[in-house]
Design a protein around this ligand. Structure first.
Ligand SMILES: [Zn+2]
Length: 280
């Protein structure tokens, strides 16, 4: 069994504030250790369940957060950015299960700790066929194209609910904290979550044969609602992307690999042109 573990940071044990997740934040160095521990617990859980190969993809911001020497040496780690499949780099049809750790809820999710979709400031919503989706569903769609199911999601209680709503109420999840506000949560201790993630991942992977890939063959629409008219304008310079509203850019594709690449290209443009303090 080959397992891909995608590790984001906002849904890591104890994380509640941008200072915890941004490389120059006051508590970032501590919380990247917490992120590494949550990831290590998932790796160990995967091997407990009989995995023969585990790939870990660092999926947060610079994608250079995980402390390699503190992770189980049986796993390989993909670090750095750019990478065309973004949060699910390493996915292919040899992978048997996608495990999501440190995940957070969709932009605008009430009570979701550090809720956002891909970029906290620039992206108001990412729409799939007109419906807002979060990173969990986007990555599930990308994995689904390769026939790979999501086996497990860990993060705050809101992303766990979101994942079960989208991927099935029987999806195994583990909440490391319960959100009170976007910047506030009631948190479990890292020793508790380490055991919780390890045993939950192991149980989830033992039952992975029951999970179905989140695949939607055929052509679909992806649209970004940006916070800025200039971002929408610039994204429409990409040949397959059209401006479908003052602050909206949209494209259609039947290929999730292409979808991820066009999404990543737009995010890079948005970070470049959207960096205007007041006007949007
Ligand atoms: Zn994220």
């Amino acid at each position: 069994m080959k397992v891909l573990i995608s590790v984001d940071m906002e849904g890591v044990t104890g994380v509640t504030h941008p200072d915890d997740t941004m490389p120059h934040g006051a508590d970032y160095q501590m919380y990247r250790r917490f992120m590494t521990r949550d990831a290590d617990a998932a790796i160990k859980g995967a091997f407990d369940a009989g995995a023969t190969e585990v790939i870990v993809n660092d999926s947060h911001m610079t994608m250079r957060n995980l402390l390699l020497e503190d992770l189980d040496p049986r796993a390989r780690v993909i670090k750095g950015f750019n990478k065309p499949m973004c949060m699910v780099q390493g996915i292919d049809d040899e992978v048997d299960a996608l495990v999501c750790v440190g995940y957070h809820s969709c932009s605008g999710a009430e009570g979701g700790v550090l809720n956002h979709t891909l970029l906290g400031k620039e992206v108001q919503n990412l729409l799939f066929d007109g419906e807002p989706i979060g990173e969990t569903r986007l990555n599930a769609l990308a994995a689904g194209q390769f026939g790979v199911p999501v086996a497990f999601v860990a993060g705050d209680d809101t992303v766990c609910r979101e994942a079960r709503t989208v991927l099935g109420e029987d999806l195994p999840t583990y909440a490391v904290k319960d959100g009170i506000d976007m910047l506030t949560a009631s948190c479990l201790h890292p020793q508790v979550t380490y055991e919780g993630i390890r045993t939950s991942v192991a149980d989830a992977l033992r039952g992975v044969a029951d999970r179905r890939p989140h695949a939607f063959p055929g052509e679909h629409s992806f649209a970004f609602e940006w916070n800025s008219t200039t971002i929408a304008e610039t994204c429409a310079y990409i040949p397959t992307v059209r401006r479908s509203g003052p602050r909206t850019s949209e494209f259609r594709t039947s290929n999730m690999t292409e979808a991820m690449q066009v999404i990543v290209a737009q995010l890079l443009l948005a970070m470049q042109v959207g960096n205007v303090d007041f006007y949007s």
